[in-house]
Write a protein that binds this ligand. Structure first.
Ligand code: DC
Length: 226
């Protein structure tokens, strides 16, 4: 029997491919809510960083994950992420938290905790959801799936420019190394690794502008709507 599709756009891909920029633009055009699942993993990572629990401390992570409650809210259309009731949206965008999120996301207990919340959000309303396992695990019945990627060099350059604009000291070789490590970990973990779903459309943004990528993805969603 053919499974019912749900009205959702799943965008997966490696760090720095531009998923959040594109997902935000597409969700605005469609009037759907945007769910940034990376922010949920980052909130969990912040909890463990604050508690001084190392990412390789499997027992510590498994024992303490039950103390973590991640919830989402929206302010002026922007997603806010709450860690045990505290709005941590402004504290999770550092490289340290991103790398910790990648390291913590290998634990099935961490993934399970967030999976239920992610699915519940998509049941209530049409969503644009981005992450690593949305098309493969979280929303396998999403109507439209995109695997958004770009070369490591392009992703490192984009990140470098972003950090420079913020006035942060950064080294492009260091950023590239971080990206390669994060790609490897996200693609090789046992539970829900990053990979392109069989029914996802591959979009390589290496030589595209954000506007071009947004248009291409909107066209894919609208093709499903007719
Ligand atoms: O997209 P991001 O950089 O904010 O994600 C941070 C980390 O969280 C990423 O390196 C791996 C993990 N993550 C995940 O495992 N699954 C998701 N759906 C989203 C993020």
């Amino acid at each position: 029997m053919k499974k019912e599709k749900i009205r959702a756009l799943a965008i997966d891909g490696p760090a720095g491919a531009g998923k959040s920029t594109i997902a935000r633009a597409v969700s605005r055009e469609l009037g759907w809510i945007y769910v940034d699942t990376g922010a949920m993993f980052r909130a969990v990572a912040l909890f463990f960083l604050r508690e001084g629990i190392r990412p390789d401390d499997a027992d510590g992570i498994r024992d303490r994950i039950s103390e973590v409650l991640v919830t989402l809210g929206y302010e002026n259309g922007e997603q806010q992420v709450y860690l045990n009731g505290e709005n941590v949206s402004g504290m999770i965008r550092t490289e340290e938290v991103g790398n910790m999120a990648s390291a913590c996301s290998v634990y099935p207990e961490v993934r399970q905790k967030l999976l239920e919340l992610q699915r519940a959000l998509a049941v209530r309303q049409p969503v644009v959801m981005d992450g690593r396992d949305i098309g493969t695990v979280v929303l396998p019945d999403a109507e439209t799936k995109v695997y958004l990627t770009a070369s490591v060099e392009v992703r490192a350059r984009r990140r470098y420019r972003e950090l420079q604009e913020k006035g942060a000291a950064c080294d492009i070789a260091e950023i590239e190394k971080d990206i390669r490590e994060r790609d490897w970990r996200d693609m090789h973990r046992e539970t829900a690794p990053l990979r392109q779903a069989e029914d996802a459309v591959l979009v390589d943004s290496s030589c595209m502008t954000a506007a071009e990528v947004t248009e291409e993805i909107l066209a894919l969603v609208r093709r499903e709507e007719v």
